[in-house]
Design a protein around this ligand. Structure first.
Ligand code: UDP
Length: 485
């Protein structure tokens, strides 16, 4: 498809991780549905994860395509084929991967010079895209993959450093200047915040924050009604402009689109739907911990025992490392057979949005990744919150304390690695699931969650807050485009 001369052309360059690529692909589709030429840039092994979705979008008449760029695995000291953050298996590998993202500068510059797009929407871990965009005189919008609350919290932590003024890792402190009183402890913070001096990521994070502050603005997969105070705080206190245009998962209307997001599913959408259709409304707990989190055998066993002891029906998505997969060593004898009918175990990638949207789902046990949190909000289901790493402890605060639609499982310490996590015991898991599904408190949470789910859907409808934001962003970009022509 040739670009019309007056057609706005946006480049989308997501960090190669499912939690970044999935929402940014949805955003690109939304741009394209509004007449924008959208070009997604990714690497050869990541492109096929989205090619069917993009093909379907093109068949609907959208001007959207993918350009691929080699991942410099060898130069970065990564094994061949390690093109996605989800394929890294150690902290060292993750750090190498993040450093390797700097190596994309030269090829991206070349693409931009060839294509002359009108704006660049780039993942937060590509801070250098600010300079590349400035060279070409086009705006760079940053996409961090999170909501605004954690971003506002990071800014406060960086400025006031309350975590350095407490005596121990477990003593609580208040994050200064935020719209709500949010208490955290040092053990819930990521390593690079906890220990700035020693951490190899510190310089990169500083670079990322510098790039955020010099970007044209931020584009956010969130909606005004879910965090209104943080939309205002980001603008007035952090001092930057943000366009919240989500929940972007809502652009997936039919089952095929909902099921095929980011990876081949290992359990067909029909099998899932048949199973869910046989259940009563709001009677099933969906348990999934995102795309990056693996649990130890000890933790998987505690979850299995909690599920066996509870009366709940469930879908449990288990991501296993190769060792466990071979041995299934954590699985109690006869577990799957015993719970057949009551529970479904999906070993691999599940069609999450399709499942969450089904009326049989009554609750979600989540690691509080931002996409999952927002997908839970959008589906109108209350959640058991089980944060593990990244900014997930902040998202737990939003779900539990601010929105009041979450029951904490009791996770206390941030950790990127499975082996350093203290398992949550079966009693605590069972207690949280019961609180989620049974009793008057559960009913109240469920009705609050349902109300929020309605607001989420209204936000993206014509005239809703996110729809208005997207319209005004595109107007602004078109104005800039015509001024520069
Ligand atoms: N997801 C999915 N199936 C799975 C696991 C994850 O569709 O089996 C999707 C999920 O719907 C979400 C994304 O992968 O859109 C995970 O992003 P999130 O921010 O929740 O967590 P992360 O994986 O980045 O920790």
């Amino acid at each position: 498809m040739n670009k019309r001369t007056d057609q706005l052309h946006a480049y989308f360059f997501p960090v190669m991780a499912p939690g970044h690529m999935i929402p940014l692909v949805d955003m690109a589709r939304q741009f394209a549905r509004r007449g924008v030429k959208a070009t997604l840039v990714t690497t050869p092994l990541n492109a096929p994860k989205f090619s069917k979705t993009i093909q379907r979008e093109r068949e609907l008449g959208s001007d959207i395509s993918i350009r691929t760029i080699e991942f410099p695995c060898k130069e970065a000291g990564l094994p061949d084929g390690c093109e996605n953050l989800a394929s890294t298996t150690s902290t060292e590998m993750t750090q190498k991967f993040i450093k390797a993202l700097y190596l994309f500068q030269q090829p991206i510059e070349q693409f931009l010079e060839e294509d002359h797009p009108d704006c660049l929407i780039a993942g937060t871990l590509f801070p250098w895209t600010v300079d590349v965009a400035a060279k070409l005189g086009i705006p760079r919008l940053v996409f961090s993959g999170t909501g605004l609350l954690p971003i506002c919290a990071y800014h406060s932590l960086m400025e006031y450093k309350p975590h350095l003024k407490v005596e121990s890792d477990t003593e609580e402190f208040i994050i200064p200047g935020l719209p709500h009183t949010i208490k955290m402890s040092r053990q819930q913070l990521s390593d690079h915040i906890k220990d700035e001096t020693e951490n190899p990521m510190t310089e990169i994070i500083k670079d990322v924050m510098r790039a955020e502050m010099t970007s044209y603005g931020a584009i956010v997969n969130s909606f005004y009604e879910v965090e209104p105070n943080y939309v205002k705080h980001y603008r007035e206190v952090v001092g930057k402009k943000a366009w919240h245009i989500g929940p972007v998962s809502l652009c997936n209307k039919d089952n095929e689109d909902k099921a095929q997001r980011g990876q081949e599913i290992c359990f067909s959408e029909h099998q899932c739907l048949d199973w869910l259709n046989s259940k009563k409304p709001k009677s099933v707990v969906y348990i999934c911990f995102g795309s990056m989190s693996f649990f130890s055998s000890a933790q998987l066993l505690e979850i299995a025992m909690a599920l066996e002891a509870s009366d709940q029906q469930f879908i449990w998505v288990v991501k296993q490392n190769t060792k466990n997969e071979e041995q299934n060593e954590w699985m109690p004898e006869g577990f799957e057979e015993k719970l057949k009918g009551r529970g479904l175990i999906i070993k691999g990638w599940a069609p999450q949005v399709l499942i969450l949207d089904h009326e049989a789902i009554g609750g979600f046990v989540t690691h509080c990744g931002w996409n999952s949190s927002l997908e839970g909000v959008t589906a109108g289901v209350p959640m058991v919150t089980w944060p593990l790493s990244a900014e997930q402890f902040f998202n737990e605060k939003l779900l539990v304390e601010i929105l009041k639609i979450g029951v904490p499982v009791g996770a206390q310490a941030w950790s990127q690695r499975t082996d350093s996590r203290v398992p949550i015991n079966r009693e605590n898991i069972q207690r949280a699931m019961t609180k989620l599904m049974v009793g008057s408190e559960a009913e109240e949470m469920r009705s609050r969650a349902a109300a929020l789910g309605k607001l989420a859907k209204m936000a993206v409808e014509k005239g809703g807050s996110s729809d208005n934001n997207l319209v005004s962003l595109l107007e602004e970009l078109r104005k800039k485009q015509s001024n520069s022509n």
